[in-house]
Design a protein around this ligand. Structure first.
Ligand code: PLP
Ligand code: COI
Length: 343
């Protein structure tokens, strides 16, 4: 299949309509067989549960062209499982894992000419999502749902690509104790919109949210988990029940230990510890962010500068980045089951 004629090296992180998408509907207590369709629009009742009570969850993963020309996705089984967990928390019928994997395969295959070429720096972002579709006015879950997947080619999530960014400590909370911070629900992102607009207006690329219970510990940003490298080159990442369990972060913990011999600890990380200069490198990690280096954290005017500086990624994060992307692009052998080929 001929690749689309796009300026792959210069696309940003935005929506580009591709040819096909996948749709399955849930009615009468079961999911239908699902179809690939050209229609990118959705027509719903004005009273659909998703519009009134935000009953919607989503996922994000990517398809890559490997060095030897295969199209692959990275650990989609974990996206399937996380989406089932998200659905259960919002009283939605989970879309079965095997069906999810089959739908990813079908939709990527149908849009294969939008999967950016190897070495272009771009990837095909895959967005599975589902929502309550029938009219609901009393507060209760819907009875009918749609599960959909669309794809869109993307470049780097943060402007400037691999250049370190400055992020700020947010005065807003992202998640409540015992709330929904650990699932990928649209509602978590709705409540972060004001905070991100305000951060951008003040010159910051993202918000770091603190733990909602005590506001003393680092949690994550609006769209990525956080990793730190300490003075001995060890990786440290926050532990919390209200953080989204990032597949990238979980993968990096394995890459660090098994491929690079880096000690990994997941534990409470206090803002005071970060301010004390305990860490030499800091990065945001996620499907969209991959690893985006943080050069400076601004805490209400006080600047916490990392030794790695504002010019490039620090040496340990660079090794993690090279190994992870090497696995995703087929240059480095992956652990069993991490690469799911689209054939
Ligand atoms: N945290 C939040 C709030 C996110 O939106 C994302 C993106 O998916 C992540 C972390 C990273 O998760 P993953 O690595 O599974 O993409
Ligand atoms: C992802 O990394 O897939 C996300 O969903 C993050 C989002 C902010 C784009």
């Amino acid at each position: 299949m001929a690749k689309k004629d796009m300026d792959w090296a210069n696309i940003g992180f935005g929506y580009v309509k591709t040819d096909k998408r996948y749709v399955s509907e849930y009615k009468g207590g079961k999911w239908d067989d699902g179809v690939i369709t050209d229609d990118d629009t959705i027509t719903l009742s004005e009273c659909a549960c998703v519009f009134q009570y935000a009953q919607t969850v989503f996922e994000g993963l990517k398809a890559y062209t490997t060095e030897d020309g295969r199209t692959v996705t990275f650990r989609p089984d974990l996206n399937a499982e996380r989406m089932m967990d998200s659905a259960k928390r919002l009283e939605m019928p989970p879309f079965p894992k095997e069906r999810f994997l089959d739908a990813v395969k079908k939709v990527v295959k149908a849009n294969e000419d939008f999967v950016p070429p190897y070495g272009s720096g771009a990837t095909l972002y895959i967005r599975p999502f589902m929502f309550g579709a029938n009219p609901v006015i009393g507060v209760k879950p819907a009875e009918e749902y749609q599960f959909r997947i669309f794809t869109t080619p993307v470049g780097p999530y943060f402007k400037g690509g691999a250049k370190p960014i400055t992020v700020r400590i947010s005065d807003f909370d992202r998640a409540a104790p015992r709330g929904t911070g650990h699932i990928k629900a649209g509602l978590n992102y709705a409540m972060s919109l004001h905070a991100i607009v305000d951060a951008h207006n003040n010159g910051f690329a993202e918000n770091i949210y603190l733990d909602p219970g005590t506001r003393t510990k680092i949690e994550e940003t609006g769209g990525a988990n956080i990793i730190f490298i300490d003075g001995d080159g060890n990786m440290v990442t926050p532990a919390s029940d209200s953080i989204l369990p990032s597949i990238t972060r979980r993968s990096l913990m394995v890459v660090a230990e098994k491929y690079l011999g880096i000690k990994v600890t997941q534990r409470d990380v206090t803002l005071a510890e970060v301010e004390s200069g305990a860490f030499k490198e800091c990065g945001l990690c996620g499907t969209a962010a991959v690893i985006s280096p943080v050069g400076c954290i601004n805490d209400h005017g006080r600047e916490i500068k990392f030794a790695s500086g504002m010019e490039k990624m620090g040496p340990t994060l660079q090794k993690l980045y090279d190994t992870l992307t090497g696995i995703q692009m087929g240059r480095i052998e992956a652990p069993e089951g991490w690469i799911y080929e689209i054939k």
